[in-house]
Design a binder for this molecule. Structure first.
Ligand SMILES: [Mg+2]
Length: 372
């Protein structure tokens, strides 16, 4: 089997890559550098010169050749290679009529646990949003405990409000529902420590991305000074970066993005590194039903998988482009048994969803400086 054609598609907020073979099997992957899809689109076109004519079932070989060719790796190339890798695993699964999870060693679970996001503009709205998600069957919630325009407030008020938001959610849903906090790199190092110290009584499952990811040492410093488990790694894009996260004892959970950190071929190694250190895998999921399907395959076969985003798997607007949308029940996604990633896309539907640009807006403090 040979790769005959490679076509990227910008669809809604996603970048899909379709890989066509001379045997008529078509694989689909998705790239995860979601703020810069047009740049990755061009990278896919450039890398196609290598992949065309190659055997799509030699994923590891292709990763080694492309990533080590001139040693100019970065998130753009890694996202392009990740989409190619997912598409090639989809092709392999469809060629042998097996789901990807069967090719990764087989299912270690029958369904994949997902969390629901909790939002609000007031404490009552946060509480009501949390109650609604629990009523839908979710047992794991995540929130960013900050009000709109928090950047303009004093650090003292930001911390006070965050504690109040977490308290309101806990009061609304009780002490048995999981609650994780997504800080979105919004705090300074000292704020992250002060806030975490106040949140210790609220049974927080994880404290995600308190700081930007450039300094793993700084996040390891936070980890040594707080009593909350830290989750991080969604911007990291290779195996070596994840080794540093794990070795520095900064994280209780790593957040590899399957469509940024090297597809199934590399992220299964990241999961193994984490497994050896008793670190959980909490994959970072953005994107279309193609990515939800690929992540579900990965989660099904990964023993130290913890949790992932649901992204409204059953009602996602882009379910209109797939033949078998995923099903969501009681806070779990059912693992599909179809070949490859478990679904296929209808290219005739893609033009209904024009690309949505991200743009660059910035976030500013009260004095006009860039806040985060
Ligand atoms: Mg995050």
């Amino acid at each position: 089997m040979r790769i005959e054609r490679i076509q990227p598609f910008l669809v809604g907020r996603s970048l899909l890559v379709r890989v066509y073979t001379d045997e008529g099997i078509v694989g689909t992957g998705e790239a995860g550098l979601w703020a810069h899809h047009p740049t990755v689109y061009r990278a896919v076109e450039e890398l196609s010169a290598y992949y065309l004519g190659k055997d799509p079932t030699r994923m590891e070989h292709h990763f080694q050749v492309v990533s080590r060719n001139t040693h100019f790796m970065g998130s753009v190339l890694s996202a392009a290679m990740s989409a190619m890798d997912i598409a090639m695993w989809d092709i392999l699964g469809k060629a042998v009529n097996k789901p990807v999870h069967a090719l990764l060693g087989g299912k270690v679970r029958d369904k994949v646990r997902v969390f629901a996001n909790v939002f609000g503009a007031t404490l009552d709205e946060f509480a009501e949003s949390a109650r609604q998600q629990v009523a839908k069957g979710f047992t794991s919630l995540r929130t960013t405990p900050m009000f709109r325009d928090f950047e303009k407030e004093t650090p003292t008020k930001v911390i006070k409000d965050a504690v109040a938001i977490v308290g309101a959610i806990r009061e609304a849903v009780g002490d048995e529902v999981d609650l994780g906090l997504e800080i979105h790199r919004n705090l300074t190092l000292n704020q992250a420590i002060l806030l975490a110290q106040e949140l210790a009584p609220y049974r927080i499952l994880y404290y995600e991305d308190p700081l930007p990811p450039e300094s793993i040492e700084a996040i390891a410093y936070i980890a040594r000074h707080v009593d909350l488990p830290i989750a991080a790694g969604e911007r990291s894009y290779n195996l070596q970066q994840f080794k540093t996260w794990i070795d520095s004892q900064a994280v209780a959970m790593v957040r590899p993005n399957l469509s940024l950190a090297g597809g199934f071929t590399q992220v299964k190694k990241i999961a193994a590194l984490a497994e050896a250190a008793f670190v959980g895998v909490f994959p970072h999921l953005m994107g279309s039903p193609v990515n939800i399907a690929a992540y579900t395959q990965f989660a099904a076969a990964t023993p130290n998988f913890v949790l992932m985003e649901s992204f409204n798997a059953d009602t996602h607007p882009l379910n209109a482009i797939v033949d078998r949308p995923l099903t969501l029940e009681g806070g779990y996604i059912t693992v599909p048994e179809g070949p490859g990633i478990g679904l296929d896309i209808d290219e005739s539907q893609l033009e209904r969803f024009p690309y949505i640009e991200m743009g660059i807006r910035g976030n500013f403090a009260a004095d006009g400086s860039v806040a985060h």
